[in-house]
Design a protein around this ligand. Structure first.
Ligand code: TYM
Length: 329
């Protein structure tokens, strides 16, 4: 079973990333043959960003993933820009990527609307680069949160079109989306997903937040004016907290509803805050240690890039051959 996923190098990752995706990476590490995880710095250049801080963000993200439990000897952990095959395949896949489908991508529309100066062409091509990441490794499974569903559908469409236009080269990847916690919502605005760019500080729990800060943020989370601790469409805030608690304690959402039946929101929020702080505390502590040794992180990423190349180079040779392009030596 080949597993691949990508994560953006933002300075700090949040609870949504942890619950929606990073847990899936850990599970994939046990099954993957291999499991491949990529820090997608090329994607980060599709919106305005600061070139002087990006390299440090890549190291932050790598250290965070290792702190969460990814072991660079048991999976392939690497930086996207260390392999030119990703950008090259993005261009080649553009030849089978329907322009109309790209125009319908909701993340493109959202991000384009937020862009202050210029909507970069790379933002439009973002999902094609994402398809290239996945298809290059012929991944069977892609662990992601719910917000990546549309991008994964497109990657499948691109694989099908490439295979029918040229030759059967690519595998159609399956999105693996968790049953609980696939979409963690902003604590202050439970109609919107928790995100580094869209959320306020109070609405976001960072993986490396201090335990007291986590408890405080959860205590102040927006909830409805009712009293019942149950999941319901008109109770987004409480539903979100139930999901977070369920994942943090490793139980089902129904069990959480039963455990807190008859209790008030105050006591429930206290319990969710504590459970979240406990879930993240070991990651935060290991992160501090690991982040301090930049040479070790860089070494792990280099080793990951060498191993990624062993898969990517033959894939590109196949693509060149079936597309009638110059033979790879
Ligand atoms: P990124 O860096 O925004 O997010 C990383 C992962 O975290 C998940 N996620 C969430 N899950 C639950 N609740 C949330 N509030 C939440 N916010 C984020 C995302 O679904 C994702 O799985 N486009 C990708 C990066 C990428 C990629 C790839 C992913 C590039 N190439 C190839 C898979 C395969 C992204 O922006 O992730």
């Amino acid at each position: 079973m080949r597993i691949f996923s990508g994560i953006q190098p933002t300075g700090r990752k949040h609870l949504g990333n942890y619950i929606g995706a990073i847990r899936g990476y850990l599970e994939g590490q046990e099954r993957g043959d291999p499991a491949i995880y990529c820090i997608v710095d090329l994607h980060a250049t599709s919106v305005s960003y600061d070139p002087t801080t990006l390299p440090g963000y890549v190291l932050d993200t790598a250290a965070m993933l290792m702190a969460a439990g990814l072991d660079p000897d048991r999976c392939i952990l690497f930086r996207q820009s260390d392999l030119h095959e990703h950008s090259e395949l993005c261009w080649l896949l553009s030849s089978v990527a329907p322009y109309g489908d790209l125009q319908r991508m909701t993340q493109f529309k959202d991000k384009a609307e937020r862009e202050q100066e210029l909507v970069r062409t790379s933002l439009f091509l973002y999902p094609v680069l994402q398809a290239a990441d996945i298809l290059l490794y012929k991944a069977d499974e892609v662990p992601v949160g719910d917000d990546q569903r549309q991008h994964l559908e497109l990657a499948r469409e691109i694989a099908r079109r490439f295979n029918s236009t040229y030759a059967e080269v690519f595998v159609e990847p399956e999105a693996v989306i968790p049953g609980t916690g696939a979409r963690i919502m902003d604590l202050q605005n439970p109609d919107a997903k928790m995100s580094t760019t869209g959320s306020t500080e109070a609405g976001l729990v960072y993986i490396d937040d201090e335990p007291e800060a986590i408890v405080k943020k959860v205590k102040r989370a927006q909830t409805d004016s009712g009293t019942e601790i149950v999941r319901a469409p008109d109770k987004q805030g409480i539903t979100n907290l139930i999901d977070i608690y369920a994942v943090a304690r490793g139980v089902s959402s129904e069990e959480v509803e039963r455990e807190f039946a008859g209790q008030g929101y105050g006591a429930f929020k206290e319990a969710v805050g504590e459970a979240t702080a406990q879930l993240l505390a070991p990651v935060r502590e290991r992160y501090r240690e690991l982040r301090a040794d930049e040479a070790a992180i860089e070494g792990a990423l280099q080793q990951g890039a060498d191993r990624a190349r062993e898969i990517a180079v033959p894939s590109m040779a196949e693509v060149h051959a079936v597309m009638g392009l110059g033979a790879r030596r």
